[in-house]
Structures are given as C-alpha cells and as structure tokens.
Design a protein around this ligand. Structure first.
Ligand SMILES: [Zn+2]
Length: 435
C-alpha cells in the first residue's frame, strides 16, 4: 500500500497531483474559512487560477500573528464536525487552537503511517511511546493513531517515572521507542547507573522529535553523538508542525526529513518573502492539503531550515527538509553573522557534567547581541568553564558569557516558576525595556 504513496511517484506526477490538491484546498478555504474568503477576495485570486506550481507564489503568505489574532476565522467547520482540539505551546505569544475533524484525524494518522514507514517501522513493531499524550498536544495522538494505522503495536508510557519506564522496556519488549532526545538520554543513563545495559533490551530503533539529533551537514549533533554512545540504536529524526498537522521524517539514508506530498507543500522563503533556491537557509512555509478543520495556505512557521528536491536513494521523490536550525525570531547577531540558539544548544547538550542550562539574549552593540548561558552543574571549576567555552566556540562559533547556577535555579528559569507548559532553554530579553 505504501509503495503506492505519492512520494514514490515521479517528480512530475507528484507536482501534478500537488497542483490538483492545492486547487482543491484553495477552493475549499475560499468557501469555508472566513479568513481566507476575505484575503482571497481582496487579492482577486480564484481557485481556478491555480494551474501550476508557479501559481503557489501568487497566494499571500499567512503569518503566525494573523493565526493568533483571527484564530476562529480560520475554522472551516462548525462545532458538530469538530472531533479534537489541540493547541500550540504558545512559546511565542498567544497559543493557537487547532480544530480537527474526524477526517483530519485520519489524515494525521496517515501522515504518521508515512513517517514511521520512512523510519522502517512495520506491522511487526511494538513502540514504547514516551511523549505527552494529553494537555492538548498534537504529537502524542498523531504517533498513537499512526502506529495503530500502520498495523504496529504501541503503549503510552508518557514522560514520567523513569524506573517504571525501564520496567516496561524489560517486560513489554518493544522494538522501537518514540520520544525526545533528552528523555532517551536520561533513560539510557538510568539503565546504566542501575547496572543494566541498554544493549540487552529489545529496542532496536528510536524516532526522535523536538531537538534535532543532526547538524546542518546531517552529521550527528552533540546530543546525537552522546545518545549514540549511550544507546547504540538506529536513530531517526522527525519534525512536526501542529498548525499544519504534519510531520517530516528521515529514511534510512538520514539525509533530511521527507515531505508527505499528498498532505503538504513545502516552501522556504527569505526575509522578503521570496522563495529561495534549493539548499539555501530560510523560513519553512507550509500549505496544507486535504485538511478540513483548519486549512493553511503558505503558513510561515518561523522555523529555519533548507529544502532538498533531489530524489532520495530510498526511492522517494518527495522534497526533504534539513534539520531545524532555530526559530526565525530567535536569530542572534554575532560579530555581524547570524547564529541561532539551537546551534549553542546542540553544542552544550553534548558536554558531560551539564545537567541543564538556559541561554539568555540581551541587546548588545550593532554587531553582536549579548549572550549569557546559565549552566546547572555540580562541576563549577574555572577549568570546566574554559572547556565549556571552547566546545561552544568550536561548534556554534559563539563565545558567550558563562555563569554557573544551581540545577533548581535553572529549572525555575526554564519553567518561569512553573508557568510554562514546556520548559524554555532560550529566553529573549532583547525587546525588554531593561537591556
Ligand atoms: Zn529517503
């Protein structure tokens, strides 16, 4: 069934089918979404004008601020048709609520069938699902539904109680694990500290969401390397966007996350909104296909990455995206060049002795922002500080100001004393009045 998926078809077939689905999406949105009805009427674009992929660039971009401000105007269905409601984390302002119909949940499951298949999962697999499955998060239910739709097995381990998780791994003998890199690392460390060996477990592969385990050149990032040392598993990176209800996943060649072309169209744009050439860094822009509850046309995600259109050795001809290098709004100036906090995070996460950290940005001079990193660690010597500085400078090309803090102090900074739904590792003070 999956070999017939659009991403395995020729480039020209993919494009033809995407244009047809785009036309259908524009038609549907212009009839059912008050927001798009208004926008498309003003721009005088009709769905019948969509004749080729070049037509896509004639559609206006949708900004996150618009989605935050006019959230309800994006909905295309009334209450009777809503099956599930999820929310974005609200790390950049107001959370957005996304409504999904029963059809959208099926689309979400299909998307994960494609993603898990990219990572080589089959009906023979059982997955240990260590992600949040409640609190209005989309990812957890997406994986859960997708794994079942694929014909594989799953149990919802959640993200608490490491000791119980280890027990489940031993008792239920899963073949795969789906979680975030830092949790997998913590799990591996606990197993070893308890005298166990991750190698003796039945788990063979891990799908990882959240922080990327790869750098821009697809080599393992700091946390990726550390993970590989702790857990000798086959590691796959996946990336998801809740607003568009979509994910991208690496295949066994691990050279970018595959687009599931019948469900999404991928563009990368520069600061002026123009599409950039293949391989050039820019903002990820998504157009949903086959969505019913809340379709999005050219939605600017704020995530920075690049696109690869060359066919992949796995046989898929869909576009791929590189690792997410950071959020557009988080871009730091450093000696006149652009640096993303993610690069610093990737560097710092691989250093043994760092328990947790917070990166803070302050307004500096014209060439550089001021970057301060508070490191939660039991090691607090000057020599450890020098080692940290050297590692960050080598990997992220930034020499920040380092300060040691207690692990608890860093935790409360990350969670803003328990107010944040997700801990923040980057705090931007650049727009604050106190500089
Ligand atoms: Zn591939």
């Amino acid at each position: 069934m999956l070999k017939k998926a659009l991403e395995f078809k020729s480039k020209s077939t993919i494009e033809r089918e995407q244009v047809r689905l785009l036309r259908e999406m524009v038609c549907y949105a212009s009839k059912n979404s008050p927001f798009y009805k208004n926008v498309l009427r003003k721009t005088k674009i009709k769905y019948s004008d969509i004749k080729s992929m070049q037509s896509l660039a004639t559609l206006p971009l949708t900004k996150k601020e618009q989605l935050q401000k006019y959230n309800n105007s994006f909905y295309c269905v009334d209450k009777r048709e809503i099956a599930d409601i999820v929310a974005t984390t609200g790390t950049t302002g107001e959370p957005v609520f996304i409504v999904l119909t029963k059809h959208d949940l099926q689309r979400l499951a299909l998307n994960e069938v494609y993603s898990f298949s990219c990572a080589g999962a089959t009906a023979n697999d059982i997955f240990h699902l260590a992600v949040t499955v409640d609190n209005l998060f989309m990812a957890g239910i997406a994986y859960y539904l997708g794994i079942i739709e694929l014909g594989a097995g799953v149990y919802r381990a959640g993200m608490h109680n490491i000791k119980r998780q280890i027990l489940l791994l031993q008792k239920l003998k899963p073949t795969g694990i789906m979680t975030v890199p830092s949790f997998l690392l913590q799990l591996g460390k606990e197993i070893m500290e308890g005298g166990g060996n991750p190698l003796s477990l039945s788990v063979k592969k891990a799908l990882l969401v959240g922080d990327s385990i790869r750098d821009q050149d697809f080599r393992l990032s700091g946390i990726g390397e550390l993970l590989q040392k702790t857990w000798p598993l086959d590691l796959y990176s996946t990336f998801g966007n809740s607003e568009a209800a979509i994910s991208y996943c690496e295949c066994k060649f691990k050279h970018g996350g595959h687009e599931h072309s019948d469900l999404i169209i991928t563009e990368i744009i520069d600061e002026n909104g123009n599409v950039v050439p293949d391989g050039a860094m820019g903002e990820l822009v998504l157009t949903t296909l086959q969505t019913r509850g809340m379709p999005l046309l050219r939605y600017c995600t704020g995530d920075i990455t690049f696109k690869i259109t060359k066919p992949c050795a796995c046989g898929r001809n869909s576009s791929r995206i590189g690792p997410i290098m950071g959020r557009k709004a988080h871009m730091l100036k450093y000696r006149g060049t652009k640096v993303y906090p993610k690069a610093i995070e990737n560097a710092i996460a691989s250093i043994d002795g760092v328990y947790n950290y917070v990166i803070e940005a302050f307004t500096g001079d014209d060439l550089s922002d001021k970057v301060v990193i508070k490191v939660g660690s039991k090691k607090r010597s000057e020599s450890f500080k020098r080692l940290l500085s050297a590692q960050i400078a080598a990997r992220a090309r930034v020499v920040p100001i380092l300060k040691f803090a207690s692990i608890g102090e860093v935790y409360s900074l990350q969670s803003d004393n328990g107010k944040n739904r997700k801990p923040k590792t980057f705090i931007d003070h650049r727009n604050a009045t106190t500089k």
